[in-house]
Ligand binder design. Structure first.
Ligand SMILES: [Zn+2]
Length: 221
């Protein structure tokens, strides 16, 4: 550290001086910034990337490209051709597409007409979700009801009273007693990653039936 930098600032730098790696999804490159930065400009393509949390509490079509969290409140509706965030919490409505670097949590019910990709997805017990597009994730945990086709490159976990209706491709599946998969199941080649402790084979009998015909416009779940 340079001698001319005051000691207090040096101390603050040491405390928060870890860099973070930022992925620019516009050009695909990575760059490093200080962990205390609130935004960044991609050195490869000049794209502006925010690190702030974004909260939507009305109808909005704003551009969402942040490495912070996205919260769509109960009265919020986001239409975004390609929303990007770290974690997303959906209490309201969404259409377009959403990419979460980490977790996507649904906290509402209804039709979600959006292309969804996340590292992990959580469907809480009271949520009843239908999505007309295939959902892509590494892991998904279903405590409520989900009607969608799923492409999971890790493990799908269906907990007690959880129901998944649709075709599923995954590398591992856990179904608790009382959980249910209604639809086609395909176990993709390759083992689940060892870092995923929940990646096990099915632990309860599956009720696997023919893929149901389902109407994407059906709103009554
Ligand atoms: Zn870029």
């Amino acid at each position: 550290m340079h001698d001319r930098i005051p000691h207090k600032i040096q101390l603050a730098y040491k405390q928060t001086g870890d860099n973070r790696t930022v992925h620019c999804y516009k050009c695909g490159s990575f760059h490093e910034v200080s962990s205390c930065a609130s935004s960044s400009i991609c050195p490869a393509c000049g794209c502006h990337i925010d690190f702030k949390d974004i909260r939507i509490n009305n109808r909005s079509s704003c551009l969402v490209d942040t490495r912070g969290d996205l919260l769509i409140e109960k009265n919020g509706y986001l239409f975004c051709a390609k929303a990007i965030c770290k974690n997303a919490y959906l209490y309201g409505s969404l259409s377009g597409s959403l990419f979460c670097e980490q977790n996507l949590t649904f906290a509402s019910s209804g039709l979600v007409a959006a292309k969804l990709t996340a590292h992990s997805i959580e469907i809480p017990p009271d949520s009843r979700i239908a999505c007309p597009f295939p959902i892509h994730a590494h892991n998904i945990s279903v405590h409520g009801f989900l009607r969608a086709n799923l492409v999971i490159d890790g493990t799908i976990n269906i907990f007690k009273k959880g129901i998944v209706e649709g075709s599923v491709t995954a590398r591992g599946i856990n179904v608790d007693p009382g959980g249910e998969l209604i639809g086609q199941l395909e176990i993709a080649p390759g083992k689940p990653k060892k870092t995923d402790p929940s990646a096990e084979v099915a632990t309860a009998p599956l009720r696997v039936t023919r893929r149901p015909r389902w109407d994407a416009t059906k709103r009554v779940l």
